[in-house]
Design a protein around this ligand. Structure first.
Ligand code: HAM
Length: 432
C-alpha cells in the first residue's frame, strides 16, 4: 500500500519547524507592535473576483480556485492586500487614522515549487491607511528593515531596492504611449530580466509602433542608475515639471531614511516595478545582498485600490515579508538561536510520592508554569534524563524522605545545584 505525502509545495511542520516558525512570528509581532501596528485577520477563502479584478494577471494565473457547493467561484487567498482593503474600506469612516494594521497569515499560490517559492507560505503584512505623504512609505520601509535587523541581519546581508511607479509611468507617457497601455508596459519592464531582449523589443514595438528599440535602450539606462542625482540627470531631457516634482519626493523619502539612520540599507533601483497591478507610487523589494535568492519582501503604495473596490478614497501603503526566503537566509547565515521546548519544570517522583508530585504539577500548571513529568513509572535517573531532554530549567524532585516533612528538592538543570525547599514555597523559588 502506498503512503501519503504532503502535496508538492506544501509543508509539514514537525515540532522543530513549528518552534522555528513561532520564533519568527514572535519577532514579526514584536516589531509590529513596537511600531504601533494593531493585528487583524481575514478569511482564507474569498470570492474569486476579489483577486481577479485587482491583483493583476500574474497572481490570477497562480490562484488556487474552485467552485463551492453553492456554485460560487472562490479562491484561497494568494495575498492579503485585497481582503485588507475590503475590511478597511467597509469601516473607513469609523476607523481612527492613520490606520496601522498587521497580520501573519498563510497564503496559497499555484507556483512551480522551487527554492524560496512554495504553494503555501506565510506572510507578515503591515499597511498604513489614511496618509498620502511619503512619511508613511518611510515608516513601512523602516519597519521592514527593523524587522530583519531584529533577527541579527545587517546592511551587509540585505538591502531595500527602491523604485517608483510614478516615475516609470511618466517615462512611459513621455514615449507617447497611451494611458491604457501603461500597465502592459510596466508588465514588460517587470519581466525584462527574465525575457530575451529581442522578445522585449518585439513586445514594446507592438505597443509603440516601431519605437521599441529606443524605449528598450532608455529602460536599460534607467535601470543602471542608483542615485537621485543620476535620476535627475536622466529625466532632465523630458523637461517635465511633474518628473522634477516627483524626484523631489523621492529625495524627501531618502532624507527621511537618512534621518532614521538606515540609508545603508536602501538602494535606488528602477529594476523594481512589482508584478501586482494596484501599485501607484514608490515600490520596493527587499533582497539578500548577493542577489542570488528570490525577494525576501515586497511592497509599495496603492492609493486607488480601496476606491476601486467601491469604498472611500483612502491612500494606502504597505509591504509583506514571506517566511520561506527568510528562513533560508537565517539558516544559511546560521543566526538562529537555540529554540528550547520551553519546559520550565520537570516533576520527578517515585511510586510513593506520585500523588503528592502530580498534585503539585497540577498546581504549577494552574499557575501557568510550564510543567511536564514522565507518564510511566521510571527510575529517578531516567526521569532526570528526560528533564534534560525537555530542556527544563528545573527538576522538582519529590523524594520520599523530603516529602515526609513537606519538602521537595529543586535541581537547577544548568548548574546542577540542588536546594531543598518547603513545598509551599515551590512557586516562589522557581519564579525568581
Ligand atoms: P509579493 O511581492 O507578491 O507582495 O509577496 C511578498 C513576499 O511574499 C515575497 O517577497 C516573498 O517573500 C513572499 N512570497 C510570495 N510568493 C511566494 C511563494 N510562492 N512562496 C514563498 N514565498 C512567497 C504581496 O503579496 C503584496 N500583497 C504585499 C503588499 C502588502 N503590498 C502592500 N501591502
Amino acid at each position: 500500500m502506498s503512503t501519503f505525502q504532503a502535496l508538492a509545495g506544501f509543508r509539514d511542520f514537525y515540532p522543530d519547524d513549528c518552534a522555528f516558525k513561532n520564533f519568527v512570528f514572535e519577532r514579526f509581532r514584536q516589531s509590529a507592535t513596537t511600531f504601533g501596528f494593531e493585528e487583524y485577520d481575514a478569511p482564507i477563502l474569498e470570492p474569486m473576483e476579489l483577486f481577479t479584478a485587482k491583483s493583476g494577471e500574474e497572481i490570477v494565473s497562480q490562484l488556487f480556485n474552485f467552485e463551492d457547493k453553492g456554485g460560487r467561484s472562490v479562491a484561497m487567498r494568494p495575498e492579503m492586500t485585497p481582503s485588507l482593503a475590503r475590511m478597511v474600506g467597509a469601516r473607513a469612516s469609523a476607523l481612527r487614522r492613520p490606520i496601522k494594521w498587521f497580520s501573519i497569515s498563510e497564503m496559497f499560490r499555484y507556483e512551480r515549487p522551487q527554492k524560496g517559492r512554495l504553494r503555501s507560505f506565510y506572510q507578515f503584512n503591515a499597511d498604513i491607511f489614511g496618509n498620502e505623504l511619503s512619511y508613511a512609505d518611510a515608516e513601512i520601509i523602516l519597519l521592514g528593515i527593523h524587522m530583519l535587523k531584529s533577527f541579527g541581519l545587517t546592511a551587509e546581508d540585505f538591502h531595500v531596492r527602491l523604485s517608483d511607479r510614478q516615475l516609470w509611468t511618466l517615462f512611459i507617457r513621455y514615449h507617447n504611449i497611451g494611458e491604457d497601455d501603461v500597465p502592459e508596459v510596466l508588465g514588460i519592464i517587470d519581466k525584462i530580466e527574465r525575457e530575451e531582449p529581442s522578445k522585449t523589443i518585439e513586445n514594446l514595438d507592438k505597443i509603440c509602433r516601431g519605437d521599441g528599440r529606443k524605449i528598450f535602450d532608455d529602460i536599460l539606462e534607467i535601470r543602471t542608475i542608483h542615485s537621485v542625482d543620476g535620476i535627475r540627470k536622466f529625466f532632465k531631457k523630458f523637461e517635465n515639471d511633474a518628473c522634477a516634482k516627483r524626484i523631489d519626493e523621492l529625495a524627501q523619502l531618502l532624507a527621511r531614511m537618512k534621518m532614521f539612520g538606515v540609508s545603508d540599507f536602501v538602494t535606488i533601483d528602477f529594476n523594481i516595478v512589482r508584478g501586482l497591478a494596484y501599485y501607484t507610487g514608490f515600490v520596493f523589494e527587499i533582497f539578500e545582498r548577493s542577489g542570488q535568492s528570490r525577494a525576501l519582501a515586497g511592497g509599495g503604495r496603492y492609493d486607488n485600490l480601496i476606491k476601486r473596490l467601491g469604498y472611500a478614497d483612502l491612500p494606502a501603503v504597505g509591504f509583506a515579508i514571506g517566511d520561506v526566503t527568510l528562513r533560508n537566509l537565517l539558516k544559511e547565515k546560521n543566526i538562529v538561536p537555540k529554540l528550547s521546548k520551553n519546559t520550565h519544570c520537570f516533576v520527578v517522583y517515585s511510586t510513593q510520592t506520585e500523588m503528592l508530585a502530580l498534585q503539585q504539577a497540577t498546581m504549577l500548571r494552574e499557575q501557568r508554569i510550564n510543567t511536564d513529568y514522565c507518564l510511566d513509572p521510571a527510575t529517578f535517573s531516567k526521569q532526570l534524563k528526560m528533564a534534560a531532554q525537555a530542556d527544563a530549567k528545573y527538576a522538582i524532585i519529590f523524594g520520599e524522605e523530603e516529602a515526609k516533612t513537606g519538602h521537595a528538592k529543586i535541581k537547577d538543570m544548568s548548574s546542577a545545584n540542588e536546594i531543598v525547599v518547603e513545598i509551599d514555597r515551590l512557586v516562589e523559588v522557581i519564579s525568581r
